[in-house]
Design a binder for this molecule. Sequence first.
Ligand SMILES: Nc1ncnc2c1ncn2[C@@H]1O[C@H](COP(=O)(O)OP(=O)(O)OP(=O)(O)O)[C@@H](O)[C@H]1O
Length: 229
Amino acid sequence: MDHVITVRELRVRDRNKTLVGPVSFEVEHGSTTGLCGPSGAGKSTVLRALVDLLPAGLTREGRIEVAGRPVVPRKGDADLRARVVLVPQTPVVFGGSILDNALFGLRHVMRAPRRVLGDRAEQALKEAGLWKEVRDRLDSAAQTLSAGQRQRLCLARALALEPTALLLDEPTSALDERSRDTVEESVAALRGRRTVLLVSHDPAQVDRLCDRTVRLELPGAESLVAVPS
Ligand SMILES: Nc1ncnc2c1ncn2[C@@H]1O[C@H](COP(=O)(O)OP(=O)(O)OP(=O)(O)O)[C@@H](O)[C@H]1O
């Protein structure tokens, strides 16, 4: 099977201090791969390295490839932003309508032609499992959505870009149980159709949603890649 993401001997440092790694893993095409490990092991930092958005002051070593192309540190590669999309832990919902939010990346990152916008938004909202709940109120303010709906709106905004890989950082950690279940259903529906790297601190969630797991350890210890039998 093809590897969409390849990470080799990745280390992230703050001056002389190693914050993350070394870590090596692959994410296979169409898989949902879980990234888990103790707090502070560097799960969020690895996701940020994958999209070349490490905080200022942090540096990285090692090789990252996405769809066979190296991710060059600090290159500001706009194309990479559309190919690998990071959905952060806390949903970022902008001031406009639900539709504006779903279309944000298509309009501002991809500069997609107007004629395709409506269809792409509908398709992405369906894929994120939100369409039935919002189809009659697409022009309402996105701020009126519940926490779980906002998280799925952020998922739809990412999916609208048709990314090569989707990086989800603890997508349910701020949600109550019911909202968590709706977001999990949406993530489960992507399995086999999208390539997903899911950060989760919850082993049961990783079991429910993922084909395989990468377990990050605190710096110095070897990180493990486990493939369920
Ligand atoms: N901008 C920064 N400057 C210095 N250290 C940082 C910075 N960002 C993260 N770190 C450190 O890098 C390490 C990894 O942090 P990260 O948030 O990636 O861990 P995590 O595994 O996602 O943790 P959690 O499960 O608690 O969210 C931690 O020791 C953290 O303090």
